[in-house]
Design a binder for this molecule. Structure first.
Ligand code: AP5
Length: 203
């Protein structure tokens, strides 16, 4: 099963990804997490990405696509995978299509999490408070100014993926405003059409 989670910052992509990983046994491929790991390790990609991410902009399509292409070769991606935060531009979506075609694999569904912008800001504030309460470091891009920039970037560069995947017949819309468990149930209802056989077939 190959899935994409699409949605603005704070929509709950990472939260719901944890459920998909445990229920369907496919890995979560978060380009945000991969890039943050590269920044922390001070790799050449991380050094280039740091300032871009801190400003709430997008890292270049070629860099991110190369990271994903390498990652999906790994054995744990054989049964499928969940892309969280990729693609984020139409160019990335076209690169993904080409990658999957080359590997003779097929995207099953794109799940769009829809959440009101005011709720997104509330979630950001909660995440910052929870992170601080745990004594962890708050993400450099998790502050209100940069978050607004990330929302602008989403509207301008990522939202065009909605019609892109609608045209491919892959888009499934989920109301992301409910409680975490309600959103999970809505996603499960959509994925119930993917029977074990089709999971194996697609892997
Ligand atoms: P990335 O790490 O992908 O961040 P994002 O898309 O902005 O998403 P977030 O992690 O902020 O939110 P989320 O939707 O996962 O929400 P979460 O589950 O945490 O990207 C960061 C940066 O990396 C980008 O800005 C860019 O620079 C770069 N990058 C990454 N991918 C790239 C790409 N493909 N191309 C170029 N650049 C790229 O939930 C948020 C909060 O809400 C949490 O506190 C959670 O507990 C809470 N919550 C979740 N669900 C609910 C609910 N139903 N009700 C109430 N609260 C909820």
């Amino acid at each position: 099963m190959i899935l994409i989670f699409l949605g603005p910052p704070g929509a709950g992509k990472g939260t719901q990804a944890a459920h998909i990983v445990s229920r369907y046994g496919v890995p979560q491929l978060s380009t945000g997490d991969m890039l943050r790991a590269a920044v922390a390790a001070e790799t050449p990609v991380g050094k280039k990405a740091k300032a871009i991410m801190d400003a709430g902009d997008l890292v270049s399509d070629d860099v991110v696509a190369a990271i994903v292409e390498e990652r999906i070769e790994a054995d744990d991606c054989a049964p499928g995978f969940l892309l969280d935060g990729f693609p984020r531009t139409v160019a990335q979506a076209e690169m993904l299509d080409a990658m999957l075609q080359k590997k003779e694999r097929r995207l099953d569904a794109v799940i769009e999490l829809q959440v009101d912008e005011s709720a997104l800001l509330d979630r950001l504030r909660s995440r910052i408070a929870e992170t601080k309460a745990r004594g962890d470091e708050v993400r450099k891009d998790d502050n209100e100014d940069t978050f607004k920039k990330r929302l602008d970037v989403y509207r301008e560069q990522t939202a065009p993926l909605i019609p892109f995947y609608e045209n491919q017949g892959k888009l499934k819309v989920v109301d992301g405003m409910g409680a975490v468990e309600e959103v999970t149930a809505a996603i499960d209802a959509i994925l119930s059409e993917f029977q074990p056989d089709s999971v194996a077939e697609n892997g």
